[in-house]
Design a protein around this ligand. Structure first.
Ligand code: CO
Length: 482
């Protein structure tokens, strides 16, 4: 049976319009009731501007980073958005022209002659925003974090953690917070023909400690990782990288790597003694991992690692020639939630698919990071197992394998869900997500009950917010001092 699509491409594309104005207001258009005990701040990051001087950026990963902040207090919510004022952004604002090469799809105008041997890439600071150790940090893989004032969202500059990191040093947008110690585990990878992995730990007071560096043979595209109390786990996706077209000004770095389907994915496991083991599994590509935990097999007593990840068959490569908004979803590999079971004694791995629906942006209860989780929340397609825009939020019970979806189709397009705990049960809490409503051409902040997967409140914003990437929640309330 072929069913009608749950969306139109025209509706979906509207979510990639830029939002150039910065706002501050209390959200008045509320359907339902904001829970009185929902207190804190949701920070989100993503591209706010997707064109410059009339030229559209060729990939949303190149869009200029804009922080969206929603502050919840006493049953009310306040919205603010601010661009991250990097020197490169300010220069381009001044002349309203693209002055820099970008990592994924966008070159400087003027063809290869204008790009050759210019190896400087603009940091769009558009992937993630976290509040940790008294610092609000905006993150992008290839550079230091930018520090922002959490009250005013003013850009304060690059964060070197007291010069422990050098300018330009990479820093993952997916650090993992140890819920027991409050230490933030992070890394940065200098990817090249051979790569170097830097390991960082930031204590609850915001002090960074560096750990031993690891050389990784070959090109390593590491966006995310998994942390358990005794291990850090990285998936080295099988990509081949030829930097020559980039150096010659012909292509961006993102166009220079391609999936090598004949090679395995290499799982790199570092233990807390500094020992490393690698285990190969079938070829695939993972941007995001859900969670990992340690388990002793009850029969053999052998130590295992259980890892849940979103895996694509291959890297979604692009040539920069076609408009990303005109993508044919039938040609895009779907992301599948996969569970890897690693036997650390035998150095073997097996894996299986947990949910036969295309998914992205996984989330769990933050108190379960590094220990056994039961529930996973994901942005998912509305129906079927193929690729499509994300229109629903799905809850998967990994014990019963039952799933529940709340869909916003046909006009709603969802962003990453973020779990905010409200009680002692693992699924007792709220899921916060920004959903673009193409019919109204505005976005809404949706608060779902994670137990029932039904909306508790939907907060309609005054404008749309372009599709973003990641965000985080802190129980501290930040509002602009009036
Ligand atoms: Co990510």
């Amino acid at each position: 049976m072929i069913s009608a699509p749950s969306y139109t491409n025209q509706d979906w594309q509207l979510g990639y319009d830029s939002l150039l104005t910065e706002y501050d207001y209390w959200i008045e258009d509320v359907e339902g009731q904001i829970p009185l005990d929902l207190k804190g701040t949701l920070f989100r990051n993503g591209p706010g501007r997707l064109e410059r001087g009339g030229s559209p950026y060729r990939h949303p990963f190149d869009g200029d980073g804009m922080i969206t902040r929603i502050s919840f207090i006493e049953g009310k919510a306040h919205f603010s958005n601010r661009y991250i004022q990097t020197p490169e952004f300010q220069e381009e604002e001044k002349v309203d022209r693209i002055l820099y090469r970008n990592a994924f799809g966008t070159q400087k105008p003027g063809g290869w002659w204008n790009n050759i041997f210019d190896l400087k890439i603009k940091n769009p600071v558009n992937v993630q925003a976290i509040y940790h150790g008294g610092k609000l940090l905006a993150l992008w893989d290839g550079d230091l974090p930018y520090r922002l004032d959490p009250y005013t969202l003013a850009t304060q500059g690059k964060e070197t953690f007291g010069e422990k990191l050098k300018l330009g040093q990479p820093f993952t947008p997916h650090p993992r917070l140890d819920p027991k110690t409050g230490t933030l585990m992070a890394f940065g990878v200098e990817a090249g023909l051979n790569s170097i992995l830097h390991l960082y730990e930031i204590d609850a007071h915001g002090n960074l400690h560096t750990k031993k560096d690891y050389p990784i043979p070959g090109f390593a595209f590491l966006h995310d990782f998994l942390w358990t109390p005794h291990y850090k786990v990285f998936f080295q996706n099988p990509l081949s990288f030829n930097p020559l077209p980039f150096m010659l000004g012909l292509q961006t770095p993102g166009m220079c790597f391609h999936s090598d389907l004949n090679s395995p994915t290499r799982i790199l496991i570092l233990d807390d003694q500094g020992e490393a083991i690698t285990i190969d599994t079938h070829s695939g590509f993972a941007f995001h991992h859900v969670n990992g935990f340690e388990q002793t097999d009850p029969d053999t007593q052998e130590p295992h690692l259980i890892l849940d990840s979103v895996v694509y068959e291959s890297y979604p490569s692009f040539d920069g020639k076609t408009d990303y908004r005109l993508v044919d979803f039938a040609t895009v590999p779907p992301g599948k939630l996969r569970r890897f079971r690693i036997n650390l004694a035998q150095k073997t791995v097996e894996s299986s698919i947990l949910l036969d629906r295309s998914v992205e942006f996984p989330a769990i209860h933050p108190g379960y990071v590094g220990s056994e989780h039961r529930y996973v929340y994901l942005a998912t397609v509305h129906q079927g197992s193929g690729s499509a825009p994300l229109q629903g939020i799905t809850k998967l019970d990994t014990h019963t394998h039952q799933s529940q979806i709340h869909s916003f189709a046909p006009f709603g397009f969802v962003g990453e869900p973020i779990f905010v705990p409200s009680g002692s049960e693992e699924d007792e809490g709220w899921l916060l997500s920004l959903v673009f409503d193409a019919e109204k051409r505005r976005s809404k902040v949706v608060i779902l009950s994670a137990q029932s997967m039904q909306p508790i409140a939907q907060l309609l914003l005054k404008t749309h917010v372009p599709y973003g990437f990641h965000g985080s929640f802190t129980s501290e309330v930040f509002l602009d001092p009036e």
